[in-house]
Design a protein around this ligand. Structure first.
Ligand code: GDP
Length: 412
């Protein structure tokens, strides 16, 4: 590889030529494989610049691939997700979307809706006659079916979006129970300052962790207790709000004060795990965690029988955030709960943008059902079709492109 002007040798490398249209962008593409040092890159880039070439904008390759019909918008977004994926499950979800799973689902709906619209428009074109009954029935029947399918798809509990953004786990409990210490244990680093003075975590601290392939955002919250301190009250308000919003809650309490657990039942149900901390302070130098568990059961059972009823034999997870005892079992239980929260079989929507467009589509179709005139019904169906088209990028998405490709990194 040498400078075409001076003939100076720059590097030994490999050049791959992908002629249009069978390249990744659909255009002629040349790939230079060179030794990656800064000096080699600088020399090669300078020569290329003199030839009139420039660096690509972030996301430009993907954008060109989209504009040349190599990808739909969902696949373009999947590339961004793949590049940003931090955990195994996120990677898999992005790959499924890149394979076109979601795109085929939405395109299928678009095709069916186009057919319904075509039938209706054909019927409208015979103005002298009333709309044939059977066409009307078919239009209404298929529209109803589409609404039902879209609605079912929307009612997915936001699983795909959660997987993209991380599953929220709020650590709650009374002050000094060891919430910050537990978060540090799990995050394996000192993300939160722990302190023996009650009420130090006045705001919410979040740490993103990879839990068995799932992206989890752990939020440490202010201790739940009544306080006159105005800052602490605000912390408490936020803690309660975060606990409400979270998909899963870890209620941490001091093993020596089992009566603290009563508060946990503000959030009953399987999504609150009870964590009995500081077992090192009650257990004998026991090596067997089960020993601590049975002792704990005895203690907790005296005060709060509700917690340890027969149906919930594992309701309490005994740990010591200080020594690390019980943490693996806690993580296993939490991982299982997280996996249940995000279990997906059918393709799920992954972005608020898709959700919004689908909600609009369903709304238009519902309006179509109750429209008084066939012409109005056709117009509503057309609006529904446009909303679906905006997801995959088959109709007017010019205004969306900058927003979508802005978040890409250079070279994608
Ligand atoms: P938070 O207010 O619930 O966040 O509680 P912290 O994590 O700040 O802990 C309060 C105090 O309890 C600190 O002094 C910790 O070192 C101590 N602590 C936390 N977990 C344990 C534990 O498992 N065993 C013992 N002995 N002390 C703990």
């Amino acid at each position: 590889m040498s400078d075409p002007e001076t003939g100076e040798r720059l590097d030994d490398g490999l050049v791959l030529w992908f002629p249009a249209p069978r390249s990744v962008t659909g255009e002629d593409v040349a790939e230079f494989h060179v030794h990656g040092s800064r000096a080699v890159l600088a020399a090669v880039m300078e020569v290329l610049r003199q030839l009139g070439l420039r660096l690509a904008e972030p996301g430009e390759f993907t954008r060109r691939a989209f504009l040349n019909g190599k990808l739909d918008l969902l696949q373009a977004e999947a590339i961004a997700d793949l590049a940003a994926a931090e955990t195994e499950v996120q990677r898999r979800q992005a790959l499924r979307q890149l394979d076109g799973e979601l795109g085929s689902l939405y395109q299928g709906w678009s095709h069916r809706l186009t057919r319904v619209l075509a039938h209706l428009e054909a019927a409208i074109d015979f103005p002298d006659e009333d709309l044939p009954r059977e066409i009307e029935d078919r239009v209404l029947g298929e529209t109803e079916k589409l609404i039902a399918e879209i609605t079912r798809h929307l009612a997915d509990g936001h699983r795909g979006e959660r997987l993209r953004d991380g599953i929220m786990v709020a650590i709650i409990g009374p002050p000094n129970a060891g919430k910050s210490s537990l978060l540090n244990r799990i995050a394996k680093r000192d993300a939160v300052i722990t302190s023996p003075v009650a009420g130090t975590t006045r705001d919410i601290v979040e740490v993103a962790v990879d839990l068995q392939g799932y992206p989890v955002v752990l939020a440490d919250t202010a201790g739940l207790r009544d306080s006159d301190d105005i800052v602490e009250q605000e912390g408490l308000r936020r803690a309660l709000q975060r606990a409400e919003e979270a998909e899963i809650r870890l209620f941490v309490f001091d093993t020596r004060c089992p009566e603290q657990v009563q508060g946990a039942w503000t959030w009953p149900g399987p999504d609150t795990l009870l964590v009995a901390n500081k077992i090192d302070l009650i257990a004998a130098p026991a090596d067997a965690p089960t020993h601590s568990l049975s002792r704990l059961r005895g203690r907790v059972g005296e005060g709060v029988p509700l917690v340890l009823t027969g149906e919930q034999p594992n309701a309490v997870l005994p740990i010591s955030a200080l020594t690390g005892e019980g943490i693996d079992a806690l993580l296993a239980a939490l991982g299982e709960r997280v996996a249940q929260t995000c279990r997906v079989e059918a393709p799920v929507l992954t972005r608020a943008r898709h959700r919004q467009a689908l909600e609009e589509a369903a709304l238009s179709l519902r309006r179509a059902l109750s429209a008084a005139l066939p012409e109005l019904r056709a117009e509503d169906l057309r609006l529904g079709l446009r909303s679906l088209g905006r997801i995959t990028g088959t109709v007017d998405v010019e205004d969306l492109l900058d927003v979508i490709f802005r978040d890409f990194c250079i070279g994608k």
